[in-house]
Design a protein around this ligand. Structure first.
Ligand SMILES: NC(=[NH2+])NCCC[C@H](N)C(=O)O
Ligand SMILES: [Mn+2]
Ligand SMILES: [Mn+2]
Length: 301
């Protein structure tokens, strides 16, 4: 990692989807020793705590767009984008703890204004490329990557006051195995680079990461890692709200993190979708903290 100051921001958000528990993700990650691990690796940690999320009395749906809890998701992401922006301005590495994946809207809004060509690695079973028209669920956690491309509800795309946040050719999706029809169409039309489980099985993780890193190195001036724990196989990361079998293994994920750290290209990261209520003895947060170790330079010898 090029920076030695890390700013941690927790986002206890579960309003981008319908299962309770993912709002406890930041606590679970802290409980699993995230801060201690990074301190061991000699980083200076600035823990900004968790941002307040206003929970409505009952889940609400926007009448025109069927999006769930739109108002609260917009407010939280606006706040997150401002905080992230400040930390990047200070020269710190922003590390965001989710929360459901809708928080990537705020992370990317805060980070990307500092780069001409921000690269994004989307490590996930899903594409999160839906809009209100294509979403099967109305869950905003299935939309953040589309929103960052400028596609979706104006209230979401306008966060941070500029559109779009990322260019399709600067995105690499890794681990996809559940893509809705509209998402596939968008991937095809925009030429987004996707390594599905098919490519990971066929080429192997080392070749996939080498290719992905080479691809981004040539075209970006910073790279954000958005790691959804459901990218991993649910046998190894069971504490997630939308598990999909046939995922990336723990070992492959460690290797991916190590290769990213060797590339020194990463400028920000987030770990999302940890749901301790659905978990087994905090296994998923523990896996996430292990991966953070590799991402930030922990070595076996
Ligand atoms: N971040 C996630 N876990 N996203 C899951 C999205 C699932 C589905 N594609 C949807 O739009 O509802
Ligand atoms: Mn996912
Ligand atoms: Mn996701």
């Amino acid at each position: 990692m090029t920076k030695n100051k890390i700013s941690i921001i927790g986002v206890p958000m579960d309003l981008g989807q319908s299962r309770r528990g993912v709002d406890m993700g930041p606590s679970a990650l802290r409980y699993a020793g995230a801060i201690e691990k990074l301190e061991e690796l000699k980083y200076q940690i600035y823990d900004l705590g968790d941002i307040p999320i206003i929970r409505p009395d009952k889940p609400n749906t926007d009448h025109d767009s069927k999006l769930k809890n739109l108002k609260q998701v917009v407010e939280a992401n606006q706040k997150l984008s401002e905080m992230v922006d400040q930390e990047v301005t200070k020269g710190h590495f922003p590390l965001i703890f989710g929360g459901d994946h809708s928080i990537a809207i705020g992370s990317l809004a805060g980070i990307s204004k500092h780069y001409d060509n921000l690269g994004v690695i989307w490590y996930d079973a899903h594409g999160d490329l839906n809009s209100s028209e294509t979403s099967p669920s109305g869950n905003i956690h299935g939309m953040p990557l589309a929103v960052s491309l400028g596609i979706g509800d104006d209230k979401l795309t306008a966060i941070g006051d500029y559109v779009p946040k990322v260019k399709p050719e600067n995105i690499v999706i890794i681990g996809a195995r559940s893509l809705d029809l509209g998402e596939r169409e968008l991937i095809r039309n925009k030429g987004i680079q996707v390594y599905t489980m098919h490519e990971i099985d066929r080429l192997g993780m080392p070749a996939v990461m080498e290719e992905a890193i080479g691809y981004l190195q040539n075209r970006t001036d910073g790279v954000h890692l958005s790691l959804d724990l459901d990218g991993l196989d649910p046998s190894e990361a069971p504490g997630v709200g939308t598990p999909v079998i046939g995922g990336i293994t723990y070992r492959e994920s460690h290797l991916a993190m190590e290769m990213l750290e060797e590339s020194s290209m990463l400028t920000s990261a987030e770990f999302v979708e940890v749901n301790p209520i659905l978990d087994e003895k905090n296994k998923t947060a523990t896996v996430a903290v292990g991966l953070m170790g590799s991402l930030f330079g922990e070595k076996l010898k």
